[in-house]
Design a protein around this ligand. Structure first.
Ligand code: PEP
Ligand code: MG
Length: 888
């Protein structure tokens, strides 16, 4: 196979093969930009190396051929004593993994070529530069290729400075550095068990192997897991002739952006450091200059850089970031890529590029994501308040949480139980299922260990709770009730603020600013309020025009329905009715269960009817003119009854006192009778409706009467009655026949249309969808239950219990309760859509499980041809955006 590509042979679309850096170096080379010549060793070579532990046989030959061409092009030879070529060897994977993998610079220096390098440069300065470069090579090569501990070299250079009584590396002379090279070589032998390789080709081959191996370094593995980057991609290796920014005042190095990556504003953004190499900028050894100031230092290079930046933006049609070096007045481009940016800048830049005529609005829609929009919908800390940042960890679950530090989960729960207004931040090394009560009570969770798939992260995301995890710098002393970060000690009871969107941890209470984007959706600010809001407004409107999927909301109250409508929902896809049986109404439910005569049962239902009718009127009014899918009562009835243990104790105590437990004893008998081992698979959904006479009938009547009342008031209610947990058409048919009778009786002559349909959330329903469609006017996929029953995973228990392990093992990359399992549960959906529509071509099909608001799942639902998705009101804009993106 072909394992090596000259830069001129590649292009930016070959990221899989050449890595991001290699593909972009190739693109710049072909654009005629000044790129130091070189070649890229492919990710396939890396994969072969990692599989066999040796470089593939053809690789050595191909490297030789490309190296020869490189030497000919530059007119120098690797390791030559007179005119040495020096090269850099850098990793470059498909996805950028900042700081995760290895780089070796100055390859090609040895005892002979160091002299040639000195002569090339000239003078005492040349001598110094050459010996400094050589000692850097031994140090970098020793550390990255041969695992020599870095401190050994650092001690040696410190000793050299101490002996001279100086503090800066710059005060070491050529002779000092030459002596340091000798010390370094000794350190190298001592730790590596061999001499520093003098053969430049051996240096190159060893460096390439080290870059390959760095793909599997612990930190790279951890990073990939966190970022969900596949483990088998491998890295490419870029071999490039060196250019030097540290040859004097007419040299330097810098980074630049074609626009501001924070705000998207056009202009000149970047930093420059004269007489320095790339690492110096990163290390922050000296203060950098603003890029503008380069114009005074070297106008020719500055003008050339500006023109190259314009070329790159025009070519990539997006914000680019750039690394460059100036060697003695000559500009070289070392790297470019489409630049990372904040979520806000992503929207603003996409919108700007449309205004500038660079991209069309379809493409702009592709440049933003629902995840970014979600980001912008969380309240954020007001950083103008300049809070003291203690540390940065992994942004595991978004949001801005403030509270007092508590180290014990039980105590966190107690504090909040005693004072519901109390705000606590639970701080742990890591969490486990025992911490659940504390996690529920806390505003946010902070841990020192674990990544985005740790228990804390998975559970917090599931609960929608802010979480920052893996703060390595955090030294948690649970017993002592304190933690230390850097020099600061934070005690139990002190206040901290954690930002689950950025991973930052602040001391004290940082003020929280509401989301401007949410304010815009709420109608509190107009689309002109800021460039961000303008961009969100425009892109969302375009998404609305483009999308094929409707977007509805899951809302159970008039208030939620009204918010959903403001956020752009075209109706309600799921109105759960369970809450209509709780609160004050619980005693009516108890009466219903205890009823031993028809009369008692009828009385209890009759009392519930007007209350539920009023609820429905409120909801239909908020959604006037738009469809509202009302689901008949679903969860197990025991959830509406008193707790079994509490009631048993109460009754036992009464009996011990010789009292008559009365109604409690009756209730206890009912609760005992209805107790289930697996309530989620027990008496719930349609089963309940079939077992308790009159229950569904009462709800259907309340819905129909509410609709008639709304119509009478001049409204246009569009109720849709949905039966939960159907597994067989016979269940639905029984309910439908009864419901239709009531509907006809109530709405007859009032001009109200009531649809009757079903949820598809039991696997058997999906597999018999053709039969079920005969009896249903619509389907709505309950992907929560469909996932639970499809996988056999309890949706209430597993996320904290073993999902973090499953994620670690890669059994799935993301919880199937969060993003639809396309292969399994998705297949059930696909089958049901096809068979349902075959049986009834005008069948309306939607989804109302949590997946309806998940960006990736929305693309799947678009692809299988659903009519709409339904999700929580806050997710409605996200679903609108993603549905639009799926369609363009
Ligand atoms: C579902 O199962 O996906 C669903 C929407 O219903 P619930 O979550 O109420 O069970
Ligand atoms: Mg369900």
């Amino acid at each position: 196979g072909k394992f090596v590509y000259a830069f001129a042979e590649g292009n930016r679309h070959l990221k899989d093969l050449l890595g991001g850096k290699g593909a972009n170096l190739a693109e710049m080379t072909n654009l005629g930009l000044p790129v130091p010549p070189g070649f890229t060793i492919t990710t396939e070579a890396c994969q072969a190396y990692l599989a066999t532990g040796a470089q593939p046989p053809a690789l050595a030959e191909q490297i030789t051929a490309h190296l020869n061409k490189l030497e000919a092009a530059i007119g120098r030879t690797l390791g030559d004593a007179g005119h040495p070529l020096l090269i850099s060897v850098r990793s470059g994977a498909k996805f950028s993994m900042p700081g995760m993998m290895e780089t070796v610079l100055n390859v090609g220096l040895n005892d002979a070529s160091v002299v040639g390098l000195a002569a090339q440069t000239g003078g005492e300065a040349g001598d110094r530069f050459a010996w400094d470069s050589y000692r850097r090579l031994i140090q970098m090569f020793g550390k990255t290729v041969c695992d020599v501990p870095g401190e050994a070299f650092e001690h040696a250079i410190d000793a050299a400075k101490a002996a001279k009584g100086v503090t800066s590396d710059l005060d070491l002379t050529a002779a000092d550095l030459r002596a340091l090279v000798d010390s370094y070589k000794k350190i190298f032998v001592e730790h590596a068990g061999r001499d520093f390789p003098q053969d430049p080709r051996e240096q190159l081959d060893m460096a390439v192997g080290a870059v390959f191996r760095s793909w599997n370094s612990d930190r790279a593995v951890l990073y990939r897991r966190q970022e969900r980057i596949p483990a088998d991609l491998g890295t490419a290796v870029n071999v490039q002739s060196m250019v030097f920014g540290n040859l004097g005042a007419d040299s330097g190095t810098g980074v630049a952006f074609t626009r501001d990556p924070g705000t998207g504003a056009r202009g000149v953004y970047g930093d420059y450091l004269a007489n320095a190499q790339g690492e110096d900028v990163v290390a922050g050894i000296r203060n950098t200059l603003h890029l503008d100031e380069l114009e005074q230092l070297d106008k020719a290079s500055y003008d050339q850089l500006m023109s190259i930046m314009a070329t790159l933006e025009a070519h990539y049609r997006d914000l680019c970031d750039i690394e460059f070096t100036i060697e003695r007045g000559r500009l070289w481009m070392l790297q470019t890529r489409v630049g990372k940016r904040t979520a806000a800048a992503a929207f603003i830049i996409a919108n700007q590029l449309v205004d500038e005529g660079v991209i069309d609005i379809d493409e702009a829609l592709g440049r933003v994501s629902g995840a970014q929009l979600a980001h912008l919908m969380f309240p954020a800390f007001d950083l103008d308040a300049a809070p003291e940042r203690l540390a940065k960890g992994i942004a595991a679950s978004p949001g801005a949480a403030v509270g007092t530090v508590v180290f014990d989960s039980r105590r966190a729960a107690e504090i909040v139980a005693a004072d519901p207004g109390a705000r606590v931040i639970l701080v742990r090394r890591e969490t486990n299922p025992d911490d659940l009560p504390g996690m529920i009570a806390a505003q946010g969770i902070l841990t020192s260990r674990g990544g985005k798939t740790s228990h804390a992260a998975v559970v917090a995301r599931g609960m929608g709770k802010t979480c920052v995890c893996g703060v390595d710098a955090l030294d948690v002393d649970v017993a002592g009730g304190r933690f230390a970060i850097g020099g600061v000690t934070v005690n139990d009871g002190d206040t901290v603020s954690i930002d689950g969107t950025t991973g930052a941890v602040y001391l004290g209470e940082v003020p929280v600013r509401p989301s401007e984007v949410v304010q815009y959706f709420e109608g509190a600010v107009g689309a002109e309020a800021s460039p961000l809001v303008t961009a969100v407004d425009r892109l969302l409107r375009h998404a609305d025009g483009a999308r094929r999927l409707g977007v509805r909301a899951n809302a159970d109250t008039g208030e939620d329905a009204a918010r959903a409508r403001r956020f752009g929902a075209a109706g309600i896809g799921l109105c759960r009715t369970e809450h209509m049986f709780l609160g004050d109404r619980r005693s009516l439910v108890e009466a219903l269960v205890l009823a031993d005569t028809d009369a008692a049962r009828t009385a209890a239902l009759a009392a519930l009817l007007p209350l539920q009718r009023a609820d429905f009127i409120e909801i239909f009014t908020a959604m006037d003119g738009l469809p509202v899918t009302v689901r008949l009562i679903d969860p197990p009835l025991h959830e509406f009854l008193p707790d079994y243990t509490e009631l048993s104790v109460k009754v036992a105590l009464a009996q011990a006192r010789g009292e008559d437990a009365g109604r409690d004893a009756e209730l206890l008998a009912a609760v005992t009778r209805m107790h289930e081992q697996n309530p989620m698979l027990g008496l719930r959904g349609v089963r309940l409706g079939l077992v308790i006479p009159g229950l569904f009938a009462m709800q259907v009547r309340a819905i129909a009467e509410a609709a008639v009342e709304c119509a009478r008031r001049g409204g246009a209610p569009k109720p849709e009655i949905m039966v939960p947990l159907v597994g067989a058409v016979q269940e639905l048919e029984t309910v439908r026949v009864e419901a239709e009778k009531i509907v006809d009786e109530v709405v007859g002559g009032h001009g109200v249309d009531v649809l009757i349909g079903t949820m598809i959330e039991v696997p058997r329903a999906a597999l018999t969808a053709g039969q079920i469609a005969e009896s249903a006017q619509f389907f709505s996929f309950g992907t929560n239950d469909l996932t639970q029953m499809g996988w056999g995973f309890s949706r209430d228990d597993v996320e904290g219990a073993f999902f973090s392990r499953y994620l670690e093992l890669g059994i799935f990359g993301v919880s199937p309760f969060e993003s639809i399992d396309v292969d399994g549960v998705g297949r059930l959906v696909r089958i049901a859509v096809e068979e349902g529509r075959t049986a009834r071509p005008d069948l309306k099909v939607g989804v109302c499980g949590e997946h309806g608001g998940d960006p990736e799942s929305v693309h799947f639902f678009h692809a299988v041809g659903l009519d709409y998705v339904s999700c929580s009101p806050f997710r409605v804009p996200i679903a609108r955006l993603e549905a639009g993106r799926a369609a363009v």
